[in-house]
Write a protein that binds this ligand. Structure first.
Ligand code: ARG
Length: 575
């Protein structure tokens, strides 16, 4: 069947009609929601075309509609307002879409031209334990990687961990002391504490500080003994991260880790290359690239530093080396950097230098997928009660605990093992969904009560909607999995329409790197299902109608499960 999403199909048909009347114009087909008088889709590109040719837009719209071939697709095409074309899809067409999706393991989602997409996400600094600051990158990056993969792209995850720099000299020096004192194991059990103690030694003991600095030099020089200890420290730290990924149900693996240290051998090469191209120049002893397009307040070109006065390299140099690796070795068509919005300037400048230096060809898309900060209910950055940083492991444990209390209250007689399984899916799902459902560009308030609510745009609401359908099937006592879908009632047609929009929702997430589009879609779908379920009896209906309605239920359940799965959220058969 079709290898286009609904919007792509309508777009191409309206384009063809515009071309048939001699216009080249963007058809601009958009989805309409909640306004049945405007149809299901609206094409509003005719007005632009009319303006360009100084024509009466309604007149042009009439001509376009006369050429618009939507036979077998639309049941109604209307011109509205100054020249909008409103399109209502035919029940038979939507029924066929539902059947097609039911017969397909990809739920009818067409495959676009495949791209290799590198997704740089999570990327914590390994000197310390993961804290809430890393939650958003980890969750958003994972959801994007899943959606891109499902849509049909070749995704390479890159965990660009911070594993290099002066801190690691201090940490290895401290690890040697701990080993000598025989308590390295105990000391490493709490990385935060380990870091604090190392820092304290560094600040208070001059001899230790000197040794720490020597270790940085040794480490960079490839000294074997220091290297072993550094590796040991990284290993412990990565284990902490992996425990968090495991809890979160995030698919990052050891082989996805390519830390800053991996680029160390290339840093001098990058700076030399930038100098040879006349891009990097000396300024106050440092090597900098002046960028005309980024002016400071005084109107001077901003300097992007690639090597410090003391010869040391920076975060920026490492990212330039990483671009080269991602292009030359990973063969990326697109690179997504899922990193805090506060690093926005760094990325814009780094992209600009990469282009100028020829590291990033014009065909490569470099995108900073930024996000705002997580706030506490007081509207201030999320902190522990005593004002400290919240460890991720502790936050997730609390999520499960709270969900467990909720489940126990609802189902006091449920066996404990089952309650645990539900608590995990609901607790972790709630934390992830609360994050993913907001526009990532804004800051968001972390609130246990709203994320664990069974009402509104939350994970528990969607998980519950899924279990309701599962319970319909438990009570259905068998059904015909080949029965034709017939959409007699408007509520059935609306549900089928919502189901048919899945591919467009995924495509827009993949294109615009906005996971909240998928959440909004699933919430809308669950709402349409509830309206259908109220308006159209399923189990109490009979014959072909009952069989058809069960098939609608089936596709709704599969779409909810798949969609939540793409957000990294589990569904349950019962809760
Ligand atoms: N480690 C960095 C941090 O914690 C994030 C790295 C993001 N990725 C990158 N290629 N710069 O802020």
């Amino acid at each position: 069947m079709t290898q286009q999403t609904l919007i792509e199909l309508l777009d191409s048909r309206v384009s063809a009609a515009l071309a048939a009347v001699g216009c080249e114009g963007a058809p601009a087909v958009v989805q309409v929601s909640g306004r049945p008088e405007y149809g299901d889709y609206q094409a509003n590109g005719v007005m632009g075309a009319a303006k360009a040719r100084k024509m009466n837009p309604r007149q042009l719209a009439t001509e376009v509609v006369a050429k618009l071939n939507l036979e077998g697709i639309a049941s109604k095409i209307e011109i509205a307002g100054p020249g909008f074309i409103n399109i209502t899809l035919a029940p038979a067409y939507l029924a066929a879409q539902v059947q097609h999706a039911l017969a397909d393991s990809r739920l009818g989602v067409p495959q676009p031209a495949m791209q290799r997409v590198v997704v740089d996400y999570s990327s914590p600094n390994l000197a310390k334990e993961m804290h809430v600051g890393h939650l958003r990158s980890t969750i958003i990056g994972d959801a994007l990687a899943r959606v891109l993969r499902f849509v049909g792209h070749d995704v390479i995850a890159q965990n660009h961990v911070g594993d290099w720099g002066t801190q690691f000299g201090m940490l290895t020096a401290f690890l040697i002391e701990a080993e000598q004192g025989g308590d390295s194991h105990v000391a490493l059990a709490d990385l935060e504490d380990f870091y604090r103690r190392a820092k304290q030694r560094f600040d208070e003991d001059e001899a230790f500080a000197t040794r720490a600095r020597e270790y940085v030099v040794k480490l960079q020089g490839g000294d074997a003994q220091v290297n072993v200890l550094w590796q040991k420290f990284l290993d412990v730290s990565l284990h902490h991260c992996e425990a968090v990924y495991e809890k979160l149900g995030v698919g990052l693996k050891r082989e996805d880790v390519r830390g800053e240290s991996a680029y160390n051998p290339d840093l001098a090469v990058v700076v030399k290359n930038l100098q040879a191209q006349g891009l990097a120049v000396e300024s106050e002893g440092a090597q900098v690239v002046f960028l005309d397009e980024f002016k400071n307040k005084e109107g001077q070109a901003q300097a992007y530093i690639v090597q410090k006065q003391d010869g040391g390299y920076l975060y920026s140099t490492t990212d330039l080396a990483a671009v080269r690796y991602r292009v030359a070795t990973l063969k990326a068509d697109r690179v997504l950097y899922v990193v805090d919005a506060r690093q926005s300037l760094h990325f814009q400048q780094m992209f600009s230098v990469s282009r100028k230096a020829g590291y990033a060809p014009a065909t490569l898309s470099l995108e900073h997928v930024g996000f705002g900060v997580m706030l506490g209910e007081d509207g201030k950055p999320f902190k522990t009660r005593s004002g400290g940083t919240v460890k991720l492991a502790e936050l997730l444990a609390e999520a499960e605990l709270r969900a467990h209390a909720l489940v126990s209250e609802k189902n006091p007689d449920m066996p404990e093992v089952e309650r645990r399984v539900i608590a995990r899916a609901v607790g972790i799902g709630a934390v992830k969904y609360a994050d993913l459902s907001k526009n990532r560009n804004s800051d968001y308030v972390f609130s246990w009560d709203s994320m664990l609510s069974f009402e509104g745009n939350t994970a528990p609401y969607l998980q519950y909607a899924y279990t309701r359908i599962a319970s319909v099937f438990r009570r259905a006592e068998g059904f015909d999995a080949t029965a034709p879908v017939v959409l007699g009632e408007e509520a059935e047609r609306q549900l089928a329409l919502a189901l048919a929009r899945f591919a467009d929702a995924l495509q827009s997430v993949a294109r615009e790197t906005m996971p909240h589009f998928l959440c909004a879609y699933l919430y809308e779908l669950a709402g349409q299902f509830m309206r259908f379920y109220e308006a159209c009896p399923v189990l109490k209906s009979e014959g072909a109608v009952r069989a058809s309605r069960l098939r609608l239920c089936e596709l709704t359940a599969r779409t909810l499960k798949t969609g939540l799965g793409l957000l990294g959220i589990e569904v349950l058969e019962q809760m």
